[in-house]
Design a protein around this ligand. Structure first.
Ligand code: M6R
Length: 586
Protein backbone atom coordinates (compact mmCIF):
# COMPACT_ATOMS: atom_id res chain seq x y z
CA UNK A 1 0.00 0.00 0.00
CA UNK A 2 3.03 2.26 0.22
CA UNK A 3 4.10 4.52 -2.62
CA UNK A 4 7.63 4.24 -3.91
CA UNK A 5 9.66 6.10 -6.49
CA UNK A 6 13.27 6.26 -7.60
CA UNK A 7 15.32 8.31 -10.05
CA UNK A 8 18.74 8.19 -11.67
CA UNK A 9 19.86 10.83 -14.17
CA UNK A 10 21.08 14.38 -14.65
CA UNK A 11 18.27 16.12 -12.72
CA UNK A 12 18.30 16.84 -9.01
CA UNK A 13 16.96 13.53 -7.70
CA UNK A 14 15.30 15.03 -4.61
CA UNK A 15 13.19 17.34 -6.81
CA UNK A 16 11.96 14.48 -9.02
CA UNK A 17 11.32 12.20 -6.05
CA UNK A 18 9.44 14.84 -4.08
CA UNK A 19 7.11 15.59 -6.99
CA UNK A 20 6.62 11.84 -7.54
CA UNK A 21 5.90 11.23 -3.86
CA UNK A 22 3.27 13.97 -3.90
CA UNK A 23 1.48 11.94 -6.58
CA UNK A 24 1.73 8.57 -4.85
CA UNK A 25 0.87 9.89 -1.41
CA UNK A 26 -2.62 8.42 -1.82
CA UNK A 27 -1.03 5.02 -1.27
CA UNK A 28 -0.10 5.80 2.31
CA UNK A 29 0.51 8.92 4.29
CA UNK A 30 1.52 8.15 7.84
CA UNK A 31 5.21 8.80 7.24
CA UNK A 32 7.56 9.45 4.33
CA UNK A 33 11.22 9.66 3.48
CA UNK A 34 13.91 9.95 0.85
CA UNK A 35 17.52 8.83 0.37
CA UNK A 36 19.90 10.46 -2.12
CA UNK A 37 23.49 9.59 -3.07
CA UNK A 38 25.61 12.69 -3.70
CA UNK A 39 28.69 10.93 -5.07
CA UNK A 40 30.27 10.30 -1.70
CA UNK A 41 27.54 9.40 0.80
CA UNK A 42 23.89 8.37 1.07
CA UNK A 43 21.84 10.97 3.00
CA UNK A 44 18.39 10.15 4.37
CA UNK A 45 15.53 12.41 5.47
CA UNK A 46 12.45 10.73 6.92
CA UNK A 47 9.80 11.35 9.53
CA UNK A 48 6.27 10.56 10.65
CA UNK A 49 3.36 12.60 9.28
CA UNK A 50 2.22 13.76 5.88
CA UNK A 51 4.72 14.48 3.14
CA UNK A 52 4.05 18.24 3.04
CA UNK A 53 4.63 18.61 6.77
CA UNK A 54 7.83 16.55 6.65
CA UNK A 55 9.12 18.63 3.74
CA UNK A 56 8.26 21.87 5.57
CA UNK A 57 10.18 20.63 8.64
CA UNK A 58 13.25 19.03 7.02
CA UNK A 59 13.40 20.31 3.40
CA UNK A 60 13.94 17.29 1.16
CA UNK A 61 15.45 19.57 -1.47
CA UNK A 62 18.58 20.08 0.56
CA UNK A 63 19.52 16.54 -0.54
CA UNK A 64 21.92 16.94 -3.49
CA UNK A 65 22.71 14.27 -6.06
CA UNK A 66 21.30 12.53 -9.12
CA UNK A 67 20.44 9.08 -7.67
CA UNK A 68 17.77 8.57 -5.07
CA UNK A 69 14.61 6.91 -3.91
CA UNK A 70 11.60 7.85 -1.80
CA UNK A 71 8.70 6.31 0.03
CA UNK A 72 5.35 7.24 1.48
CA UNK A 73 4.15 4.73 4.06
CA UNK A 74 1.00 2.94 5.15
CA UNK A 75 2.25 1.18 8.27
CA UNK A 76 2.06 -2.60 8.59
CA UNK A 77 5.04 -3.55 10.80
CA UNK A 78 5.82 -0.93 13.41
CA UNK A 79 4.14 2.30 14.44
CA UNK A 80 4.25 5.26 12.09
CA UNK A 81 7.28 7.12 13.50
CA UNK A 82 10.62 8.45 12.28
CA UNK A 83 12.49 5.23 13.08
CA UNK A 84 10.06 3.07 11.11
CA UNK A 85 9.73 5.40 8.13
CA UNK A 86 11.49 4.31 4.92
CA UNK A 87 14.15 4.34 3.48
CA UNK A 88 15.86 1.84 5.76
CA UNK A 89 19.63 1.58 5.85
CA UNK A 90 22.16 -1.15 6.60
CA UNK A 91 24.78 -0.81 9.37
CA UNK A 92 27.24 1.03 7.13
CA UNK A 93 24.68 3.55 5.81
CA UNK A 94 25.66 2.66 2.22
CA UNK A 95 22.51 0.70 1.37
CA UNK A 96 19.06 2.33 1.44
CA UNK A 97 15.84 0.40 0.82
CA UNK A 98 12.22 1.35 0.12
CA UNK A 99 9.59 -1.35 0.15
CA UNK A 100 5.90 -1.93 -0.42
CA UNK A 101 4.53 -5.26 0.81
CA UNK A 102 5.31 -7.60 3.69
CA UNK A 103 8.44 -9.75 4.11
CA UNK A 104 6.92 -12.74 5.86
CA UNK A 105 10.16 -14.43 6.96
CA UNK A 106 11.79 -11.25 8.28
CA UNK A 107 11.99 -12.52 11.86
CA UNK A 108 14.05 -15.62 11.06
CA UNK A 109 16.30 -13.64 8.72
CA UNK A 110 16.78 -10.94 11.36
CA UNK A 111 17.88 -13.50 13.98
CA UNK A 112 20.43 -14.79 11.50
CA UNK A 113 21.74 -11.29 10.69
CA UNK A 114 21.85 -10.29 14.37
CA UNK A 115 24.04 -13.35 15.04
CA UNK A 116 26.36 -12.06 12.33
CA UNK A 117 26.66 -8.74 14.17
CA UNK A 118 24.09 -6.59 12.35
CA UNK A 119 22.39 -3.85 14.29
CA UNK A 120 18.74 -3.09 13.52
CA UNK A 121 17.24 0.37 14.05
CA UNK A 122 13.53 -0.12 13.27
CA UNK A 123 10.56 -2.42 13.98
CA UNK A 124 9.90 -2.98 10.30
CA UNK A 125 10.05 -6.09 8.15
CA UNK A 126 11.78 -4.02 5.46
CA UNK A 127 15.07 -3.29 7.19
CA UNK A 128 16.16 -6.90 6.79
CA UNK A 129 16.65 -6.32 3.05
CA UNK A 130 19.32 -3.64 3.64
CA UNK A 131 21.21 -5.95 6.01
CA UNK A 132 20.98 -8.95 3.68
CA UNK A 133 22.45 -6.87 0.84
CA UNK A 134 25.18 -5.54 3.15
CA UNK A 135 25.99 -9.07 4.30
CA UNK A 136 26.19 -10.26 0.69
CA UNK A 137 28.72 -7.54 -0.10
CA UNK A 138 30.64 -8.26 3.13
CA UNK A 139 30.85 -11.86 1.90
CA UNK A 140 32.57 -10.63 -1.27
CA UNK A 141 29.65 -10.46 -3.68
CA UNK A 142 29.22 -7.61 -6.17
CA UNK A 143 26.35 -5.21 -5.42
CA UNK A 144 24.27 -6.84 -8.12
CA UNK A 145 24.94 -10.38 -6.88
CA UNK A 146 24.26 -9.29 -3.29
CA UNK A 147 20.86 -7.87 -4.28
CA UNK A 148 19.90 -10.97 -6.23
CA UNK A 149 21.02 -13.25 -3.39
CA UNK A 150 19.12 -11.16 -0.84
CA UNK A 151 15.90 -11.16 -2.86
CA UNK A 152 16.14 -14.92 -3.35
CA UNK A 153 15.84 -15.32 0.43
CA UNK A 154 12.65 -13.27 0.83
CA UNK A 155 9.19 -14.76 1.34
CA UNK A 156 6.06 -12.63 1.05
CA UNK A 157 5.19 -9.64 -1.08
CA UNK A 158 7.52 -6.92 -2.16
CA UNK A 159 8.15 -4.07 -4.52
CA UNK A 160 11.67 -3.05 -3.58
CA UNK A 161 13.89 -0.16 -4.56
CA UNK A 162 17.52 -0.41 -3.41
CA UNK A 163 20.20 2.27 -3.57
CA UNK A 164 23.83 1.23 -3.00
CA UNK A 165 26.47 3.94 -2.65
CA UNK A 166 28.99 4.02 -5.48
CA UNK A 167 27.13 1.79 -7.95
CA UNK A 168 25.58 4.50 -10.18
CA UNK A 169 22.52 2.27 -10.38
CA UNK A 170 19.29 1.43 -8.60
CA UNK A 171 18.14 -2.14 -7.98
CA UNK A 172 14.54 -3.31 -8.03
CA UNK A 173 12.61 -6.46 -7.21
CA UNK A 174 8.96 -7.29 -7.56
CA UNK A 175 6.69 -10.03 -6.20
CA UNK A 176 2.94 -9.59 -5.56
CA UNK A 177 3.26 -5.78 -5.43
CA UNK A 178 3.18 -3.24 -8.25
CA UNK A 179 6.44 -1.86 -9.64
CA UNK A 180 7.18 -0.27 -13.00
CA UNK A 181 10.27 1.15 -14.64
CA UNK A 182 9.96 4.52 -16.40
CA UNK A 183 12.12 5.29 -19.40
CA UNK A 184 12.95 8.99 -19.40
CA UNK A 185 14.93 11.15 -21.79
CA UNK A 186 18.42 9.89 -22.71
CA UNK A 187 20.43 9.29 -19.56
CA UNK A 188 17.58 9.07 -17.06
CA UNK A 189 15.53 6.22 -15.66
CA UNK A 190 12.82 5.97 -13.02
CA UNK A 191 10.92 3.39 -11.04
CA UNK A 192 7.63 3.69 -9.19
CA UNK A 193 4.70 1.86 -7.71
CA UNK A 194 2.34 3.97 -9.86
CA UNK A 195 2.17 5.36 -13.37
CA UNK A 196 0.78 8.81 -12.33
CA UNK A 197 3.93 9.50 -10.27
CA UNK A 198 6.01 9.57 -13.43
CA UNK A 199 3.67 11.12 -16.01
CA UNK A 200 5.41 14.46 -15.71
CA UNK A 201 8.60 12.84 -17.01
CA UNK A 202 7.61 9.90 -19.17
CA UNK A 203 4.74 7.92 -20.62
CA UNK A 204 6.93 4.94 -21.55
CA UNK A 205 7.18 2.12 -19.09
CA UNK A 206 8.71 -1.34 -18.72
CA UNK A 207 6.43 -3.73 -16.85
CA UNK A 208 8.15 -6.07 -14.43
CA UNK A 209 6.85 -9.62 -14.01
CA UNK A 210 6.36 -11.54 -10.79
CA UNK A 211 9.72 -12.53 -9.34
CA UNK A 212 11.78 -10.13 -11.49
CA UNK A 213 14.90 -8.40 -10.24
CA UNK A 214 16.17 -5.40 -12.22
CA UNK A 215 18.93 -2.83 -12.37
CA UNK A 216 18.45 0.62 -13.84
CA UNK A 217 21.25 3.02 -14.66
CA UNK A 218 21.58 5.98 -17.03
CA UNK A 219 22.00 3.60 -19.98
CA UNK A 220 18.76 1.71 -19.40
CA UNK A 221 17.42 -1.35 -17.61
CA UNK A 222 18.47 -4.96 -17.23
CA UNK A 223 15.84 -7.41 -15.97
CA UNK A 224 16.38 -10.91 -14.60
CA UNK A 225 13.37 -13.19 -14.49
CA UNK A 226 12.42 -15.48 -11.60
CA UNK A 227 14.56 -18.21 -13.25
CA UNK A 228 17.63 -15.96 -12.85
CA UNK A 229 18.10 -15.40 -16.58
CA UNK A 230 18.18 -12.02 -18.27
CA UNK A 231 14.76 -11.33 -19.75
CA UNK A 232 13.02 -8.88 -22.08
CA UNK A 233 9.86 -7.37 -20.66
CA UNK A 234 6.72 -5.86 -22.14
CA UNK A 235 6.83 -2.10 -22.70
CA UNK A 236 3.83 0.15 -22.38
CA UNK A 237 3.06 3.62 -23.70
CA UNK A 238 0.18 5.20 -21.76
CA UNK A 239 -2.10 7.94 -23.02
CA UNK A 240 -2.78 9.42 -19.57
CA UNK A 241 -1.49 13.00 -19.32
CA UNK A 242 0.00 14.73 -16.25
CA UNK A 243 -3.05 17.05 -16.23
CA UNK A 244 -5.39 14.06 -15.81
CA UNK A 245 -3.63 13.20 -12.56
CA UNK A 246 -3.54 16.81 -11.29
CA UNK A 247 -6.13 18.70 -9.22
CA UNK A 248 -6.80 21.13 -12.06
CA UNK A 249 -7.89 24.03 -9.85
CA UNK A 250 -10.16 21.99 -7.56
CA UNK A 251 -9.60 22.03 -3.83
CA UNK A 252 -9.63 18.24 -3.66
CA UNK A 253 -9.18 15.34 -6.05
CA UNK A 254 -12.43 13.87 -4.79
CA UNK A 255 -14.49 16.85 -5.94
CA UNK A 256 -12.68 16.94 -9.28
CA UNK A 257 -13.28 13.24 -9.79
CA UNK A 258 -16.98 13.50 -8.88
CA UNK A 259 -17.57 16.43 -11.20
CA UNK A 260 -15.64 14.98 -14.12
CA UNK A 261 -17.88 11.90 -14.20
CA UNK A 262 -19.93 13.02 -17.22
CA UNK A 263 -16.77 13.14 -19.37
CA UNK A 264 -15.22 10.06 -17.77
CA UNK A 265 -18.42 8.04 -18.24
CA UNK A 266 -18.62 9.00 -21.87
CA UNK A 267 -15.40 7.06 -22.28
CA UNK A 268 -16.62 4.20 -20.02
CA UNK A 269 -19.82 3.67 -22.01
CA UNK A 270 -17.80 3.37 -25.20
CA UNK A 271 -15.60 0.61 -23.74
CA UNK A 272 -15.16 -2.31 -26.10
CA UNK A 273 -16.53 -5.37 -24.29
CA UNK A 274 -16.45 -7.72 -27.28
CA UNK A 275 -13.35 -9.64 -26.20
CA UNK A 276 -15.18 -10.96 -23.12
CA UNK A 277 -18.30 -12.17 -24.92
CA UNK A 278 -17.14 -15.55 -26.31
CA UNK A 279 -15.78 -16.57 -22.89
CA UNK A 280 -18.97 -15.46 -21.15
CA UNK A 281 -21.23 -17.15 -23.69
CA UNK A 282 -19.36 -20.42 -23.27
CA UNK A 283 -19.27 -20.21 -19.46
CA UNK A 284 -21.11 -22.81 -17.40
CA UNK A 285 -20.68 -21.28 -13.98
CA UNK A 286 -19.91 -17.61 -13.65
CA UNK A 287 -18.75 -15.66 -10.59
CA UNK A 288 -17.47 -12.17 -9.85
CA UNK A 289 -14.93 -11.09 -7.29
CA UNK A 290 -14.04 -7.61 -6.01
CA UNK A 291 -13.55 -5.55 -2.84
CA UNK A 292 -15.05 -2.39 -1.36
CA UNK A 293 -16.69 -0.13 -3.89
CA UNK A 294 -15.82 -2.47 -6.76
CA UNK A 295 -17.72 -5.24 -4.96
CA UNK A 296 -20.81 -3.03 -4.76
CA UNK A 297 -20.56 -2.45 -8.52
CA UNK A 298 -20.29 -6.24 -8.78
CA UNK A 299 -23.51 -6.68 -6.77
CA UNK A 300 -25.36 -4.59 -9.37
CA UNK A 301 -24.02 -6.96 -12.03
CA UNK A 302 -25.23 -9.90 -9.95
CA UNK A 303 -28.76 -8.49 -10.10
CA UNK A 304 -28.52 -7.85 -13.85
CA UNK A 305 -27.28 -11.34 -14.67
CA UNK A 306 -29.81 -12.96 -12.39
CA UNK A 307 -32.57 -11.22 -14.30
CA UNK A 308 -31.04 -12.37 -17.55
CA UNK A 309 -31.17 -15.98 -16.40
CA UNK A 310 -27.38 -16.36 -16.29
CA UNK A 311 -26.58 -16.19 -12.57
CA UNK A 312 -23.29 -14.66 -11.48
CA UNK A 313 -22.57 -14.75 -7.75
CA UNK A 314 -20.54 -11.77 -6.51
CA UNK A 315 -17.93 -12.52 -3.84
CA UNK A 316 -15.82 -10.25 -1.66
CA UNK A 317 -12.18 -10.89 -2.61
CA UNK A 318 -10.99 -11.93 0.85
CA UNK A 319 -13.97 -14.28 1.30
CA UNK A 320 -13.75 -16.01 -2.05
CA UNK A 321 -11.55 -18.88 -0.87
CA UNK A 322 -14.12 -19.79 1.82
CA UNK A 323 -16.95 -19.88 -0.67
CA UNK A 324 -15.65 -21.10 -3.96
CA UNK A 325 -16.94 -24.45 -5.09
CA UNK A 326 -14.18 -24.62 -7.65
CA UNK A 327 -16.93 -25.11 -10.20
CA UNK A 328 -16.84 -21.67 -11.76
CA UNK A 329 -15.17 -21.74 -15.14
CA UNK A 330 -15.19 -17.96 -15.59
CA UNK A 331 -14.37 -15.39 -12.90
CA UNK A 332 -14.90 -11.67 -13.49
CA UNK A 333 -12.51 -9.64 -11.32
CA UNK A 334 -13.40 -5.98 -10.84
CA UNK A 335 -10.75 -3.62 -9.47
CA UNK A 336 -10.09 0.05 -10.13
CA UNK A 337 -6.38 -0.27 -9.37
CA UNK A 338 -5.92 -3.81 -10.62
CA UNK A 339 -3.55 -4.26 -7.66
CA UNK A 340 -5.88 -5.21 -4.78
CA UNK A 341 -4.24 -8.19 -3.08
CA UNK A 342 -7.53 -9.79 -1.93
CA UNK A 343 -8.93 -9.69 -5.46
CA UNK A 344 -5.69 -10.95 -6.99
CA UNK A 345 -5.60 -13.76 -4.41
CA UNK A 346 -9.06 -14.90 -5.55
CA UNK A 347 -8.04 -14.62 -9.20
CA UNK A 348 -4.97 -16.80 -8.64
CA UNK A 349 -7.01 -19.39 -6.79
CA UNK A 350 -9.60 -19.54 -9.58
CA UNK A 351 -6.85 -19.76 -12.21
CA UNK A 352 -5.26 -22.68 -10.37
CA UNK A 353 -8.61 -24.45 -10.61
CA UNK A 354 -8.74 -23.81 -14.33
CA UNK A 355 -11.11 -20.82 -14.53
CA UNK A 356 -10.75 -18.15 -17.19
CA UNK A 357 -10.40 -14.61 -15.85
CA UNK A 358 -12.08 -11.49 -17.20
CA UNK A 359 -10.62 -8.35 -15.61
CA UNK A 360 -12.45 -5.04 -15.37
CA UNK A 361 -9.99 -2.38 -14.32
CA UNK A 362 -8.98 1.23 -14.80
CA UNK A 363 -5.23 0.82 -14.85
CA UNK A 364 -3.45 -0.25 -18.01
CA UNK A 365 -0.46 -2.45 -17.19
CA UNK A 366 -1.82 -3.33 -13.72
CA UNK A 367 -1.14 -6.79 -12.29
CA UNK A 368 -4.78 -7.84 -12.74
CA UNK A 369 -4.81 -6.82 -16.40
CA UNK A 370 -1.66 -8.84 -16.98
CA UNK A 371 -2.86 -11.97 -15.20
CA UNK A 372 -6.33 -12.02 -16.78
CA UNK A 373 -7.27 -13.82 -19.99
CA UNK A 374 -9.24 -10.78 -21.15
CA UNK A 375 -9.25 -7.24 -19.79
CA UNK A 376 -11.92 -4.58 -20.19
CA UNK A 377 -10.75 -1.09 -19.27
CA UNK A 378 -13.20 1.34 -17.74
CA UNK A 379 -11.15 4.25 -19.11
CA UNK A 380 -12.15 6.91 -16.59
CA UNK A 381 -8.61 8.29 -16.23
CA UNK A 382 -6.45 8.29 -13.10
CA UNK A 383 -8.42 8.26 -9.84
CA UNK A 384 -6.24 9.88 -7.19
CA UNK A 385 -8.67 10.41 -4.29
CA UNK A 386 -8.58 7.45 -1.93
CA UNK A 387 -12.36 7.15 -2.14
CA UNK A 388 -13.64 5.57 -5.31
CA UNK A 389 -16.08 7.83 -7.17
CA UNK A 390 -15.77 7.89 -10.94
CA UNK A 391 -14.38 4.36 -10.93
CA UNK A 392 -17.65 3.09 -9.35
CA UNK A 393 -19.84 4.67 -12.01
CA UNK A 394 -17.29 3.68 -14.68
CA UNK A 395 -17.43 0.07 -13.52
CA UNK A 396 -21.23 0.19 -13.59
CA UNK A 397 -21.15 1.46 -17.19
CA UNK A 398 -18.88 -1.37 -18.33
CA UNK A 399 -20.70 -4.07 -16.33
CA UNK A 400 -24.09 -2.90 -17.65
CA UNK A 401 -22.71 -2.80 -21.18
CA UNK A 402 -21.41 -6.32 -20.76
CA UNK A 403 -24.74 -7.61 -19.46
CA UNK A 404 -26.77 -5.76 -22.10
CA UNK A 405 -24.53 -6.86 -24.97
CA UNK A 406 -24.67 -10.43 -23.76
CA UNK A 407 -28.43 -10.25 -23.46
CA UNK A 408 -28.85 -8.35 -26.78
CA UNK A 409 -30.72 -5.70 -24.81
CA UNK A 410 -31.01 -2.86 -27.34
CA UNK A 411 -32.96 -0.57 -25.02
CA UNK A 412 -30.38 -1.04 -22.29
CA UNK A 413 -27.54 -0.19 -24.67
CA UNK A 414 -29.42 2.92 -25.85
CA UNK A 415 -29.98 3.97 -22.22
CA UNK A 416 -26.24 3.86 -21.58
CA UNK A 417 -25.69 6.58 -24.19
CA UNK A 418 -27.68 9.05 -22.09
CA UNK A 419 -25.39 8.64 -19.08
CA UNK A 420 -22.92 11.48 -19.81
CA UNK A 421 -25.60 14.14 -20.35
CA UNK A 422 -27.99 12.98 -17.63
CA UNK A 423 -25.24 12.60 -15.04
CA UNK A 424 -24.07 16.16 -15.84
CA UNK A 425 -27.64 17.40 -15.29
CA UNK A 426 -27.91 15.65 -11.92
CA UNK A 427 -24.53 16.84 -10.68
CA UNK A 428 -25.26 20.44 -11.65
CA UNK A 429 -28.89 20.41 -10.60
CA UNK A 430 -28.47 18.81 -7.16
CA UNK A 431 -25.17 20.30 -5.99
CA UNK A 432 -26.64 23.31 -4.15
CA UNK A 433 -29.32 21.17 -2.40
CA UNK A 434 -26.64 18.71 -1.29
CA UNK A 435 -24.51 21.49 0.17
CA UNK A 436 -27.51 22.61 2.24
CA UNK A 437 -28.16 19.02 3.33
CA UNK A 438 -24.53 18.61 4.39
CA UNK A 439 -24.79 21.74 6.57
CA UNK A 440 -28.01 20.50 8.12
CA UNK A 441 -26.52 17.10 8.99
CA UNK A 442 -23.04 18.07 10.08
CA UNK A 443 -23.72 17.50 13.79
CA UNK A 444 -25.39 14.09 13.32
CA UNK A 445 -23.41 11.00 14.24
CA UNK A 446 -25.41 8.06 12.81
CA UNK A 447 -26.76 7.66 9.29
CA UNK A 448 -28.89 4.94 7.73
CA UNK A 449 -29.29 4.32 4.01
CA UNK A 450 -32.12 2.12 2.80
CA UNK A 451 -33.06 0.76 -0.62
CA UNK A 452 -34.43 -2.38 -2.22
CA UNK A 453 -33.40 -4.69 -5.03
CA UNK A 454 -30.80 -3.45 -7.47
CA UNK A 455 -30.68 -0.14 -5.58
CA UNK A 456 -29.41 -1.74 -2.38
CA UNK A 457 -25.75 -1.85 -3.60
CA UNK A 458 -26.08 1.91 -4.17
CA UNK A 459 -27.15 2.36 -0.53
CA UNK A 460 -24.13 0.28 0.53
CA UNK A 461 -21.84 2.43 -1.58
CA UNK A 462 -23.38 5.66 -0.26
CA UNK A 463 -22.84 4.51 3.35
CA UNK A 464 -19.24 3.51 2.55
CA UNK A 465 -18.55 6.94 1.02
CA UNK A 466 -19.87 8.72 4.07
CA UNK A 467 -18.16 6.60 6.71
CA UNK A 468 -14.74 6.32 5.09
CA UNK A 469 -14.10 10.05 4.86
CA UNK A 470 -16.24 11.60 7.63
CA UNK A 471 -15.56 8.76 10.15
CA UNK A 472 -19.25 8.94 11.08
CA UNK A 473 -21.33 5.85 11.64
CA UNK A 474 -23.24 4.92 8.48
CA UNK A 475 -25.03 1.69 7.64
CA UNK A 476 -27.03 0.48 4.68
CA UNK A 477 -29.93 -1.97 4.77
CA UNK A 478 -32.42 -3.39 2.37
CA UNK A 479 -35.59 -1.50 3.37
CA UNK A 480 -37.30 -4.72 4.46
CA UNK A 481 -34.49 -5.65 6.85
CA UNK A 482 -34.92 -2.69 9.23
CA UNK A 483 -37.72 -4.35 11.16
CA UNK A 484 -35.50 -7.41 11.73
CA UNK A 485 -33.21 -5.51 14.08
CA UNK A 486 -31.77 -2.16 13.01
CA UNK A 487 -35.06 -0.33 13.62
CA UNK A 488 -34.20 -0.35 17.32
CA UNK A 489 -31.37 2.09 16.54
CA UNK A 490 -33.73 4.72 15.16
CA UNK A 491 -34.79 7.61 17.33
CA UNK A 492 -35.75 11.21 16.90
CA UNK A 493 -33.61 13.03 14.34
CA UNK A 494 -31.49 10.11 13.09
CA UNK A 495 -31.07 10.66 9.34
CA UNK A 496 -32.43 7.88 7.13
CA UNK A 497 -31.63 8.35 3.45
CA UNK A 498 -34.03 6.32 1.35
CA UNK A 499 -33.47 5.53 -2.32
CA UNK A 500 -37.03 5.12 -3.51
CA UNK A 501 -37.56 5.55 -7.24
CA UNK A 502 -41.03 4.93 -8.65
CA UNK A 503 -41.54 1.34 -9.76
CA UNK A 504 -42.66 -2.05 -8.51
CA UNK A 505 -40.64 -1.82 -5.30
CA UNK A 506 -41.93 1.66 -4.43
CA UNK A 507 -44.99 0.65 -2.33
CA UNK A 508 -42.85 -1.53 -0.07
CA UNK A 509 -40.20 1.19 0.20
CA UNK A 510 -42.96 3.59 1.16
CA UNK A 511 -43.93 1.30 4.04
CA UNK A 512 -40.31 1.16 5.18
CA UNK A 513 -40.06 4.95 5.01
CA UNK A 514 -43.19 5.26 7.12
CA UNK A 515 -41.78 2.79 9.67
CA UNK A 516 -38.77 5.10 10.06
CA UNK A 517 -40.93 8.21 10.28
CA UNK A 518 -43.02 6.60 12.99
CA UNK A 519 -39.77 6.42 15.05
CA UNK A 520 -39.23 10.14 14.38
CA UNK A 521 -36.18 9.52 12.17
CA UNK A 522 -35.37 12.36 9.78
CA UNK A 523 -36.09 11.13 6.28
CA UNK A 524 -34.30 12.20 3.11
CA UNK A 525 -36.00 10.52 0.18
CA UNK A 526 -34.40 10.39 -3.25
CA UNK A 527 -37.17 9.72 -5.72
CA UNK A 528 -38.67 10.75 -9.05
CA UNK A 529 -42.11 10.41 -7.50
CA UNK A 530 -43.22 13.71 -5.96
CA UNK A 531 -45.48 12.00 -3.39
CA UNK A 532 -42.66 9.72 -2.23
CA UNK A 533 -40.23 12.63 -2.12
CA UNK A 534 -42.68 14.55 0.08
CA UNK A 535 -42.24 11.86 2.79
CA UNK A 536 -38.98 13.57 3.80
CA UNK A 537 -38.46 17.21 4.70
CA UNK A 538 -35.12 17.52 2.94
CA UNK A 539 -35.72 15.15 0.05
CA UNK A 540 -34.33 15.31 -3.49
CA UNK A 541 -36.48 15.06 -6.58
CA UNK A 542 -34.52 12.94 -9.03
CA UNK A 543 -35.21 12.60 -12.76
CA UNK A 544 -36.87 9.41 -13.94
CA UNK A 545 -34.11 7.09 -15.11
CA UNK A 546 -34.05 3.50 -16.40
CA UNK A 547 -34.62 1.27 -13.33
CA UNK A 548 -31.35 -0.66 -13.75
CA UNK A 549 -29.35 2.58 -13.88
CA UNK A 550 -30.74 4.00 -10.63
CA UNK A 551 -27.57 2.96 -8.70
CA UNK A 552 -25.40 4.88 -11.18
CA UNK A 553 -27.46 8.08 -11.09
CA UNK A 554 -28.50 8.11 -7.42
CA UNK A 555 -24.94 7.69 -6.15
CA UNK A 556 -23.94 11.06 -7.69
CA UNK A 557 -25.61 13.37 -5.13
CA UNK A 558 -24.62 10.98 -2.34
CA UNK A 559 -20.94 11.21 -3.35
CA UNK A 560 -21.34 14.99 -3.13
CA UNK A 561 -22.99 14.66 0.29
CA UNK A 562 -20.05 12.66 1.67
CA UNK A 563 -17.60 15.15 0.16
CA UNK A 564 -19.27 18.29 1.57
CA UNK A 565 -19.83 16.79 5.01
CA UNK A 566 -16.13 15.92 5.16
CA UNK A 567 -15.01 19.39 4.14
CA UNK A 568 -17.41 20.99 6.65
CA UNK A 569 -15.98 18.73 9.35
CA UNK A 570 -12.53 19.99 8.36
CA UNK A 571 -11.29 16.54 7.38
CA UNK A 572 -9.30 15.59 4.31
CA UNK A 573 -11.52 13.76 1.79
CA UNK A 574 -8.54 12.74 -0.35
CA UNK A 575 -6.54 11.07 2.40
CA UNK A 576 -8.84 9.53 5.03
CA UNK A 577 -7.14 8.18 8.14
CA UNK A 578 -5.96 4.55 8.19
CA UNK A 579 -6.73 4.01 4.49
CA UNK A 580 -4.77 3.89 1.27
CA UNK A 581 -5.80 3.91 -2.36
CA UNK A 582 -4.52 0.60 -3.46
CA UNK A 583 -4.64 -2.20 -0.93
CA UNK A 584 -1.78 -4.50 -1.81
CA UNK A 585 -1.73 -6.56 1.39
CA UNK A 586 -4.11 -9.35 2.41
O1 M6R B 1 -8.70 -0.84 -6.60
P1 M6R B 1 -9.90 -1.65 -6.16
O2 M6R B 1 -11.13 -1.28 -6.90
O3 M6R B 1 -9.65 -3.11 -6.21
O4 M6R B 1 -10.11 -1.26 -4.65
C1 M6R B 1 -11.07 -1.92 -3.87
C2 M6R B 1 -11.34 -1.19 -2.58
O5 M6R B 1 -10.17 -1.14 -1.80
C3 M6R B 1 -11.82 0.24 -2.83
O6 M6R B 1 -12.95 0.27 -3.64
C4 M6R B 1 -12.14 0.92 -1.48
O7 M6R B 1 -13.25 0.32 -0.89
C5 M6R B 1 -12.34 2.42 -1.67
N1 M6R B 1 -11.65 3.13 -0.64
C6 M6R B 1 -13.76 2.84 -1.61
O8 M6R B 1 -13.92 4.21 -1.72
Amino acid sequence: MCGIIGYIGPKKASQVILSGLQKVEYRGYDSAGMAVFDGSKVSVIKDAGKLGAIHAKHDFLKLEGGIGLGHTRWATHGLPCERNAHPHADCSGKVAVVHNGIIENHRALKEEMVKKGHHFSSDTDTEIVAHLVEQGMNDGRSAEAAVRAAVARLDGAYALGILIAGTNALYLARRHAPLIIGQGKAGEMFFSSDIPALLEYTRDFILLNEGDVARIDPRGAIVWGADGHEAKRETLHVDWTPQMAAKGGYEHFMLKEILEQPAALSSAVSADVSAALPILRASKQLALVACGTSYYAGLVFQYLMHRQGKPCAAYIGSEYSSWTTGQEDVLIAVSQSGETADTLGAVRLAKEKGAKIIAITNVVGSTLSREADVTLFIGVGPEVGVVATKSFTGQLCVLCKLAYTLGANKQGLADLKQIPSLSAKILEGKHADIQKLAKAFIKRRDFFFIARGINYPCALEAALKLKEITYLHAEAYPGGELKHGPLSMLEKGVPVIALAPAGPLAPKMESNIKECKAREAELVVLSDDEAMRAEGARSLLMPTVPPELVPLYYILPLQLLAYHMTVLADKDPDQPRNLAKSVTVE
